[in-house]
Design a protein around this ligand. Structure first.
Ligand code: SF4
Length: 472
């Protein structure tokens, strides 16, 4: 996917005019928000858990090297292999090499945003390996050759009729007269199509919600059980995860797990929470013969000790996305890369460069809802502002915007000039809106008033009114 400011504007405009997408985004606004609220209302210690989770992750990040090494030792003790991947390319090459050595013709795959980040599927497919997504949402968007539009609900932009049309288009071996009107019928059809794929796959690839340094285990949470079949049935299980997924102990992970599902889907817990530790042992009834973990850095270690370190606490719950008015308006695809919403606006410039993704931290109203709901208390608006500062420092913003900010900075340091000029501006705006008290056009702000009007100021600045009020 290409990501540039003009594409972002164009995709956003298209998204705003897409009636079907707007209807689907309404479900995000209503469903996720209400369910999360209900779940946390039922958990009095929710705020305490947030503090505890932040402490756990902050401590882990301070000692990340030690916990990663401890994790690697434990994985090796349990018979598994850890592969370090400094870049996306390293991760792809490592996984491709494991697949080719095993002679794998097909792999099943659980939902993994890290696999999206490193563009794993195209790499395997070019090498002649069939990749079958087993998460229902991922399966649907794979049929459509689309990227996910949300980190926990990849097909949230689609409606039932679109999915039915895709199933009829692709599952041509099934009777044309079958009924697919009910969601459960769609689910059953996907399940039937995937069953043989699970059995045929030589390798299963999953992500990980947590990697436990104490035991060398990986943990995935799912609602469909597809992750379990993906990692248990094939001969080889590959976990792909980024380094910040490390958590010191099972007890630490269990505390963060109490926040994860509540913040994501409003469930107390996801339906399946599955721990994997190494390959199958003698006496085990199932499990893979080989267990590999590909640990991706891809720029994350360079966030440590910087103003962006807090972002490494993210547990990918999606709550910030679900509460973001910008995401509600344009959906996930407009963001143009793997991560969307506020967490994407902070993470993407780090991963692909602020020169390519600097427009994302600018696509924010700074309403602060993302920080309010983030279970890990990540200061997302502050970090978006820091990206904006970096853009400014590196002369990446358009000259007109730069000049405007320069003028504002000059004025802000000179209170008398600031008050005089804002006084004039406010009086002019009051005149412009004198007919009915609304502004339908703003000098230098035509983009803002193109789709909405604004209440006109009363004719005096806040400071002038405040001075009058304070006067004895
Ligand atoms: S930034 Fe916070 S709210 Fe957003 S996905 Fe990460 S943990 Fe969840």
């Amino acid at each position: 996917m290409e990501i540039r400011s003009p594409e972002f504007r164009q995709k956003s405009t298209e998204a705003l005019g897409d009636v079907q997408l707007q209807r689907a985004l309404g479900n995000v606004k209503r469903g996720f928000i209400a369910k999360r609220q209900k779940a946390i209302d039922n958990l009095p210690e929710f705020e305490h858990l947030r503090d505890r989770a932040r402490e756990i992750k902050t401590h882990t990040l301070k000692h990340l090297d030690l916990y990663l090494e401890a994790y690697e030792r434990k994985v090796a003790e349990s018979g598994g292999h850890v592969h370090w991947a400094a870049s996306a390319e390293d991760a792809r090459e490592t996984i491709l090499a494991i697949c080719q050595r095993a002679g794998a013709r097909s792999v099943t795959k659980g939902k993994s945003m890290i696999a999206e980040e490193v563009a794993l599927n195209p790499c395997l497919e070019v090498a002649g390996i069939e990749v079958v997504e087993t998460d229902l949402g991922e399966y649907i968007i794979q049929l459509r050759n689309e990227p996910p539009s949300h980190i926990i609900a990849p097909a949230v932009h689609l409606n039932k009729e679109q999915v039915e049309a895709d199933f009829r288009r692709v599952h041509t071996e099934l009777p044309a007269e079958r009924s697919l009107e009910e969601p459960v019928e769609l689910l059953n059809e996907a399940r039937a199509m995937l069953r043989q794929k699970y059995l045929d796959a030589y390798i299963g690839i999953t992500g990980a919600n947590f990697l436990i340094a104490e035991t060398g285990s990986s943990i995935i949470v799912t609602n469909e059980g597809n992750g379990d079949l993906t990692q248990i049935l094939p001969k080889i299980h590959i976990v792909i995860a980024s380094i910040e997924k490390i958590t010191p102990t099972l007890n630490d992970a269990s505390q963060i797990l109490r926040l994860l599902a509540r913040s994501a889907t409003g469930q107390d817990m996801s339906v399946y929470t599955t721990l994997s530790t190494g390959p199958r042992r003698p006496g085990d009834v199932d499990g893979p013969e080989e267990y590999h973990v590909v640990l991706l850095d891809n720029g994350r270690s360079s966030m440590l000790g910087t103003e962006f370190e807090d972002m490494l606490r993210c547990i990918r719950c999606g709550a910030c996305i679900n509460h973001c008015p910008v995401y509600h308006a344009i959906g996930g695809h407009a963001y143009g890369w793997v991560y969307c919403g506020p967490m994407g606006a902070v993470l993407t410039p780090q991963l692909i460069g602020v020169d390519k993704a600097g427009h994302l931290p600018n696509a924010s109203t700074f309403c602060g809802r993302c920080e309010q709901v983030c279970p890990m208390r990540i200061p997302l608006p502050k970090m978006m502002r820091q990206w904006r500062e970096r853009e400014f420092e590196r002369h990446l913003i358009p000259p007109a915007q730069r000049t405007g900010i320069g003028i504002w900075a000059w004025l802000a340091k000179r209170p008398r000039a600031y008050q005089a000029l804002t006084g004039i501006a406010v009086r002019m705006l009051a005149m412009l809106g004198r007919r009915d008290g609304r502004l339908r056009w703003l000098p230098l702000g035509g983009g803002w008033t193109r789709h909405r009007d604004l209440p006109a100021p009363e004719g005096r600045t806040f400071q002038a009114m405040w001075r009058d009020r304070m006067r004895p």
